[in-house]
Structure formats: C-alpha cells, structure tokens
Design a protein around this ligand. Structure first.
Ligand SMILES: Nc1ncnc2c1ncn2[C@@H]1O[C@H](COP(=O)(O)OP(=O)(O)O)[C@@H](O)[C@H]1O
Ligand SMILES: [Mg+2]
Length: 363
C-alpha cells in the first residue's frame, strides 16, 4: 500500500475541532509538524500551558484518526509548547509546582528495564552524599520501584492536609507505592496518572531542596507530558544500555524532551560491561561504548558508564542502594562520579537560566 503524504494527512486532520477557537485544528494553526516514514506518522501539536489539558483529548483523537488512515501503521502525536517568543511569561507560570526546589532533573529512557530506577536512586543518594538537599520522586505510577529499592513500606504521615515525604538514605522520597496497593494504579487512566503525579509534587511537604531527581516511567506517555508541561524541569538524563535496540529507544527519549524544550543534560550507559566477581575479568556482553558514540553523534554530554554487577541488583532488591551500602565499591564510585558531573551540568543550566532571565533596570 502506498504511503500517505504529510499534506494528505494534514488535510485529514481538518476534521478535528480546536476546543479553544472553535476552528478546526489545521486552520487554527495547531498542527506544527507532520512526519511520515515507513507508515509511521508523527505529529506535533502546538499548545500552551493554559490549554494543555483541553488539548490532551485532541491529541488522542489525532492519533486515533490517523491510525485509521490507509497505509498508516502507527501514529503518535505529542503536544509541543509554543516557541518562547509567543509566550514569554510561560516560565514563571510553570514554576508553580515545587517552587522551593532549585533544580528538577528527570531520569528517563525510551524503554523499561534499562536501569532507570536503579540509576535514579543511586544518583540521588550520591548527590545527597555530596551535601546537597535531595528529593526523589517516583513518577512511574504504573510500576513504582522506590518502595522496594529504598526498602520503604510505611505510609507517609499527613499534616495539615499535606503529606510528609519519607526519609531514607539521606534523601526525601515519595512514590505512589507508599500510598496504594501495588496493583491499584494498573487500572488508572491518563488523567488519574496526571492527577496522582501533580499531588505528589504539589501536596507533599518537600520543603526547600537543591535538587529533585524524578524517576520517570519508560516511554513517552502521560507522566512525561505532565512533567514537561507542569514543572520547570531543569533537564533530563537519558539512561541506555549499549545494545543498539535500547539506543534506538534512547534516541526517542531524547527527541521527546527536545520537542518539549527540556534540555538533555546527558546520557548514561548502564550495564556497560560485566565484571566477574571471582576473577575481575571484564566482559563486554552487550558491546561497549555505544552510548558514548551516540551521545557524541547527537552532541549530548556522556555522563559515564555503570558496570553490570550482581551487587547492584542484590542491593536494590534488599532496599539498600549500593551507593549507601558500599560507597567505596566500583559501582558506587561510578554513580558518584556521574552524580558529580550531573551537578556541574545542573549548575551551569541554572546559571544560564538566571543570566537569560529578564532583568529589571532601575534608572
Ligand atoms: N548495572 C546493573 N547491574 C546489575 N543489575 C542491574 C543494573 N542496573 C539495573 N539492574 C537490575 O535490572 C533490573 C531493572 O532495573 P530498573 O532500574 O528497575 O530498570 P527500569 O527502571 O529502567 O525499568 C533490576 O532488577 C535492577 O536491579
Ligand atoms: Mg523503573
């Protein structure tokens, strides 16, 4: 079957109304970009913070309609923020959630099982050991990892209608897994996921923090959208394994953040090589260096590599992150170095933002 053109798909989209203007979304200028390749369609829809919520059903409608077109195998639509010039006051409005947190960093990947949660937890502990005030937010509503990895199963206290985050390993932590039975969130739909995430940011007594590390769910779904649109994210860190397939996913993760104008602070290669615990022999099971090459190619900083080590997994499963449990170990040192590099990047990002913020001149 022949592939539809971007123009014909654009024309198809004029059947969908824009809830804000009453015009169709094409006439209203909301269809920013239409890409077609090998039957895969990608659309970006322009929106701003005020209309993001109303646009979410439109986004789904777009995906549904396009997926039905002949020659289309799959269609994805993302909401993109208006370019800075169009909405200069967007930044302060976005900072409404977590105003006392200096930097918010999302740890993300294109797919699951690459060690994102392991990296988020250990980097958070390592940042805390550098003397920073650190929060760790589990944004993986469908598959929370923090209760197990931090060894926490208490319910957070509630004071004056605000939840008190749990303290462990020198950081403050919040996860949906502290609040509901493990299976419950599986049946939740998009808006509930967004609501739960917003509550874990807005109704939790985080207090002043230097950095909040956010353990993101895999992929590019509702949680990513919520974080990109409702929070002033300082940047994202992408975790990848050296395998090509995971790198393809990593690329998707990077693109998602670029589209939502969140800076990608760097790439981490996890399960980079295997160290035999008996003889110390180093085996590069998945090949090695793929993430570094990919980072170079994309002009993204390579933050470092984490070996594949049994101790990392057993520590996680025991609820004692390896950086806290064995800070002198090779694995902990690897996390500590990456955390240091990351903080340098974060500070540069914060300094850049402060420098580019409009200044009031009194004459
Ligand atoms: N470097 C590593 N060495 C050994 N096991 C690891 C490593 N990184 C992650 N794991 C294990 O792999 C599994 C998946 O990791 P996890 O952090 O939950 O991935 P994700 O959050 O990306 O889904 C867990 O059992 C974890 O303990
Ligand atoms: Mg995870």
């Amino acid at each position: 079957m022949s592939e539809p053109t971007a123009e014909s798909l654009r024309a198809t989209l004029s059947a969908i109304p824009d809830p804000a203007s009453g015009k169709d979304i094409v006439t209203a200028g909301l269809v920013e970009e239409v890409q077609v390749k090998g039957g895969l369609v990608h659309i970006s829809l322009l929106t701003d913070r005020a209309h993001a919520e109303a646009m979410e059903p439109v986004r789904r409608q777009v995906e549904k309609l396009l997926a039905k077109q002949p020659g289309v195998k799959n269609a994805t639509a993302v909401l993109t923020a208006h370019k800075a010039a169009a909405t200069p006051p967007a930044a302060p409005a976005k900072a409404a959630l977590l105003p006392e947190v200096r930097a918010i960093v999302a740890v993300a990947s294109g797919k699951g099982g690459v060690g994102k949660s392991t990296a988020a937890v250990n980097l958070a502990v390592a940042l805390g050991r550098q003397g920073l005030r650190v929060g760790l937010l589990d944004a993986d509503i469908y598959g929370p990892s923090l209760p197990r990895m931090l060894g926490l199963s208490r319910r957070p206290e509630v004071r004056r209608e605000r939840m008190i985050p749990l303290k462990a390993w020198g950081l403050l932590a919040m996860s949906i897994g502290f609040l509901v039975e493990e299976e419950t969130p599986m049946i939740w739909r998009g808006p509930m996921v967004m609501g739960a995430l917003e509550q874990m940011m807005g109704q939790v007594e985080w207090g002043p923090l230097d950095i909040m590390v956010v353990d993101m769910p895999p992929g590019t779904g509702d949680a990513q959208l919520t974080m990109a649109q409702r929070v002033a994210l300082t940047g994202a860190v992408i975790v990848s394994t050296p395998q090509d397939i995971a790198l393809t996913d990593a690329r998707r993760g990077v693109r998602m953040f670029e589209r939502t104008r969140v800076p990608v602070l760097g790439l981490i290669e996890n399960m980079s090589f295997f160290c035999c615990p008996n003889c110390g022999h180093r085996a590069e099971i998945f090949g090695h260096g793929g993430a570094r090459r990919e980072a170079d190619r994309q002009g993204i900083e390579f933050l470092g590599e984490i070996p594949l080590l049994l101790d990392i997994r057993t520590a996680s499963d025991a609820g004692t992150p390896i950086v806290a449990d064995a800070p002198e170990s090779e694995a902990a040192q690897a996390f500590a170095q990456i955390a240091q590099r990351l903080w340098v990047k974060v500070e540069a990002e914060l300094a850049g933002k402060a420098a580019s913020a409009p200044r009031i001149v009194i004459s």
